[in-house]
Design a protein around this ligand. Structure first.
Ligand code: SF4
Ligand code: SF4
Length: 350
């Protein structure tokens, strides 16, 4: 039976290498299936038998991680909310070419970041005005990856390969760069703003400016929340090796830095999302929740404009992000009625 399934999958995804195939399967929520294959030497032999094309890859990278290659989980130095960090933001324009926006391959963002990007002036630079533009372009600007730890999909900005065909996956390129990174004079000129006098002509910056994802705005501070208690902690995480803005003489209060970068409304949205995550995580061993259905709904919710398009509707009909999160939240508890109601409502509008 496994052989038939594998043959069918290799037929369907025949233009992918083995690692790309497994990545695709994991993105489709079939991580357990991939694990079952990879933990069974007999099944791995089957793959080699089915297609020679896949066999060379089997002896390659042993890490078939869920998180794509190039996304590293880095641990920083814990800092107190009432403490200080040493960080000079002027150095980003004085002495750097946006090193922290390069060579990560993918950058995890959150659902609020995604919609903030959509409504930003920076997005217009790329003719982005719907989730379809984010997900369905070739190559996509944003991709969803299934994170085994949470058993959920999360959106990631996909970096662009440097010096290679634009369709090359960033992890297969020697260098990659965030698609929103541009020479600083282009950024300021597009936004019709005067360049700060300390900016070097070689500096690079983010076309999204203040609408950049939360993780970028917070950098070099990392924020995490516990999965059991929800307790929020912060860490100081220099975003690039030899970052010229870090460890300088300029001292910044953590609390001031946080409030200047993230509004209280955003904080609340994040808290709500995290509570959902904790609750879903807590129920992760329950067999009652149809996780494939949950993740199918999440895929539709993230590319909401794609879903609306299927019903002949445009993004004017897009629900508020709180309602989208609500759908994910309900579905993650096995309650599919909120999503179903939304679909029924769409059908009535057609
Ligand atoms: S934070 Fe550091 S690495 Fe990033 S742009 Fe500023 S100086 Fe460069
Ligand atoms: S979104 Fe902007 S700040 Fe974040 S990595 Fe990309 S270019 Fe850098």
């Amino acid at each position: 039976m496994y052989q038939q399934i594998l043959e069918m999958l290799l037929g369907k995804y025949g233009d992918l290498s083995y690692s790309e195939l497994t990545e695709t399967l994991r993105k489709d929520g079939l991580g357990e299936f991939v694990d079952a294959i990879e933990n069974d030497p007999h099944l791995m032999e089957l793959i080699a038998d089915i297609s020679e094309e896949y066999s060379p890859d089997l002896s390659g990278d042993p890490e078939y991680g869920i998180i794509p290659v190039g996304v590293q989980q880095v641990i920083g130095i814990p800092v107190d909310y009432h403490g200080t960090i040493r960080f000079d933001p002027q150095a980003c324009l004085k002495a750097c070419k946006g090193e922290c926006c390069r060579n990560k391959n993918y950058l995890m963002i959150n659902i609020n970041d995604m919609f903030r990007i959509l409504s930003s002036k920076g997005a217009q630079f790329y003719d982005i005005d719907s989730t379809i533009d984010l997900f369905d372009r070739k190559p996509p600007l944003v991709e969803l990856f299934y994170i085994e730890k949470y058993r959920l999909f999360f959106p990631y900005i996909r970096y662009l390969p440097v010096g290679a065909d634009v369709h090359t996956r960033p992890e297969n390129a020697e260098e990659s760069t965030c698609p929103f990174l541009h020479p600083i004079h282009e950024v300021y000129s597009y936004h019709k703003r005067a360049l700060p006098p300390w900016a070097s002509k070689d500096a690079w910056g983010c076309m999204l400016m203040e609408d950049k994802p939360t993780v970028c705005r917070l950098s070099p501070l990392g924020r995490s929340a516990g999965m059991v208690t929800g307790k929020v902690t912060y860490e100081y995480l220099p975003p690039a090796v030899d970052c010229p803005a870090c460890e300088t003489h300029v001292e910044v209060k953590v609390s001031d830095y946080l409030s200047s970068m993230v509004s209280s409304a955003e904080e609340q949205q994040q808290e709500r999302f995290h509570k959902m995550l904790m609750s879903y995580h807590g129920a992760a061993t329950s067999k009652e929740v149809d996780r494939n259905r949950v993740n199918e709904i999440i895929n539709h919710v993230y590319n909401i404009d794609g879903l609306l398009h299927e019903y002949g509707l445009d993004s004017q009909h897009r629900p508020r992000v709180e309602h989208l999160v609500e759908m994910v939240f309900a579905a993650s508890h096995g309650n599919f009625s909120v999503y179903q109601q939304f679909i029924d409502d769409l059908r009535r509008r057609v």
